[in-house]
Design a protein around this ligand. Structure first.
Ligand code: NAD
Length: 502
């Protein structure tokens, strides 16, 4: 298929799927085969303005939509997502590369947030204190902000858009979404289902693009809040640009997730968990295990670790039995291969070399086989940078204190974990570690939406995280009302010129 004949991804403006008038397009290719799937526009400034104007207009009525109306839309939406799960997962695998089972997991983790959005009636409650002074009550209203915008990464094209617009919209806001330009097709399937579920025209809009469109969202005077998930470099830029124009911003960013293996940990379960967390989704999860710290004698497990990793089946995501698929693009593959070279040059030892592995039937795919380094040092580039591929760094230290110190010294603070049979050791780790998500014998501790996703240090900017209670606070403005109803049967007192309430 030539680029001109490829289907073009529409924008969603004012409830209508429309074609962009831009002259700039990007190709979307299947990372296992390089097949051209579609082309995505880089929206023009006029299209961005039209999307924001539609959202601003829709906010005037949507902000007053009753709780029941909002809840029922998301009840319907969760049903539609369930009914279309396999279809969305198939599209996701074709454009992103992850296995079908993992693509379903991607949709499912987003679906959990939609379920919470249907529960907005109990999530958006204010507080009331009766008789703060005689006959005076104080209460809070959690009111929607207005137009909010979301900018999402390539690695979870279902889950991460669903972290954003369902909660924002169920709180009474309207939304402009800018999906990843690398794999917007599954996101658009979810957007179409959201419209089918009854989200009114203008309440959800979609523009496409990269830097220029993102900057346009950060600067737009009618946008009140920006949610961003992606790399640390871009997230820092988005955060500072957005707050400079007076917006709220939440930016969830890059990671280097360390897992500590204590010598008392159950060996088979621990190694299996680490292999799944390190190499699943080809290491392209923000919560992927990227550094394993073996404490004391657990370092003797490295050869068995390498053997298990080597046994993983690498193939196109739709192939039965595939454990991991390709990385997202040719340029991502080149960047990862460059980092592996750098690791070797700086003296790390390759226990498993996945650079030249061939995947039968998919010779053109962006495949890298599981790759394992030992003897990694903190000053090496493979340790300093987020590799975001199926490449795991391991190092060994004598004590738990050394491991904790190392992790807390790393700039990133997204996820971490410890494997041990000792409750005391796990509790010490949980208390002393400065990382947002902590797993105890759980390799990828992404919280369910009864809680909120978090992060510390370079992995997060902004106080409030996505989904759960924190997201409801992020997408609402708290207003306090202090109210008195005069009892006209009681004689009026004297004039009160003080600040105290009586
Ligand atoms: P990315 O930062 O390249 O892109 C994210 C978004 O920013 C995309 O929509 C993209 O179009 C836009 N963008 C890209 N370059 C830009 C620029 N120069 N100016 C303005 N906008 C720009 O991230 P990615 O490669 O799509 O995703 C992978 C990254 O996301 C990894 O670092 C991963 O750790 C991180 N991530 C973090 C979390 C988390 O919750 N902390 C979750 C998922 C992914």
């Amino acid at each position: 298929m030539s680029a001109e004949n490829a289907p073009s991804v529409p924008l969603l403006i004012d409830g209508k799927l429309v074609q962009s008038r831009t002259s700039q397009w990007r190709e979307i290719r299947n990372p296992a085969t390089q097949e051209l799937l579609a082309r995505v526009p880089l929206s023009t400034p006029e299209e961005l303005n039209a999307a924001v104007a539609s959202a601003a207009k829709a906010f005037k009525t949507w902000r007053n939509a009753p709780i029941g109306t909002r809840a029922r839309i998301f009840l319907k939406y969760q049903q539609l997502i369930r009914e279309n799960m396999k279809e969305i997962a198939a599209v996701l695998t074709s454009e992103q590369g992850k296995t079908l089972a993992d693509a379903e997991g991607d949709v499912f983790r987003g679906l959990e947030v939609v379920e919470q959005a249907a529960n907005i009636g109990t999530m958006q409650l204010g507080e009331l204190a009766r008789n703060v002074a005689t006959g005076v009550d104080t209460y809070t209203l959690l009111q929607p902000l207005g137009v909010c915008a979301g900018i999402t990464p390539f690695n979870f094209p279902a889950m991460i858009p669903l972290w954003m617009f369902p909660t924002a919209i169920s709180c009474g806001n309207t939304f402009v979404l800018k999906p990843s330009e690398q794999d917007p097709l599954s996101t658009m399937k979810l957007v179409e289902l959201a419209m089918q579920a009854g989200i009114p025209p203008g309440v959800l809009n979609v523009v496409h693009g990269t830097e220029e469109v993102v900057n346009g969202l950060c600067d737009h005077p009618d946008i009140k809040a920006i949610s961003f998930v992606g790399s640390t470099r871009v997230g820092n830029h988005v955060y500072h640009r957005a707050i400079k124009s007076g917006k709220r911003a939440q930016c969830m960013m890059g990671a280097k997730n360390h897992v500590v293996v204590m010598p008392d940990a159950p060996k088979e379960q621990t190694l299996n968990a680490l292999i799944g967390a390190g190499f699943g989704a080809a290491g392209q999860r923000c919560m992927a295990t990227s550094v394993v710290i073996f404490v004391g004698e657990s370092a003797n497990w490295i050869p068995d670790f390498a053997r298990k990793a080597q046994a993983l089946k690498v193939s196109a995501g739709h192939e039965p039995g595939a454990d991991l698929g390709p990385v997202i693009s040719r340029s991502a593959k080149q960047r990862i291969l460059g980092l592996i070279e750098e690791g070797l040059a700086q003296g790390a030892k390759l226990e498993l070399d996945g650079r030249n592995g061939k995947v039968a039937g998919y010779e053109a795919g962006n495949f890298i086989l599981p790759t394992l380094f030992s003897g990694v040092k903190p000053e090496m580039k493979i340790y300093e940078e987020e590799i975001f591929g199926p490449v795991l760094c391991t190092l060994s230290v004598p004590t738990l204190d050394d491991a904790i110190e190392l992790i807390n010294r790393n700039p990133h603070g997204n996820g971490t974990g410890i494997f041990t049979r000792s409750g005391g050791v796990a509790r010490k780790f949980q208390e002393e570690i400065d990382v947002g998500q902590v797993g105890i014998n759980v390799p990828i501790p992404v919280p369910v939406p009864l809680f909120s996703f978090t992060g510390s240090r370079a992995s997060k900017l902004g106080d409030l995280g996505p989904y759960g209670k924190q997201a409801v606070l992020f997408y609402t403005q708290t207003k306090t009302v202090t109210s008195r109803w005069f009892d006209e049967t009681v004689e009026s007192g004297a004039v009160n010129t003080t600040i105290s309430m009586r």
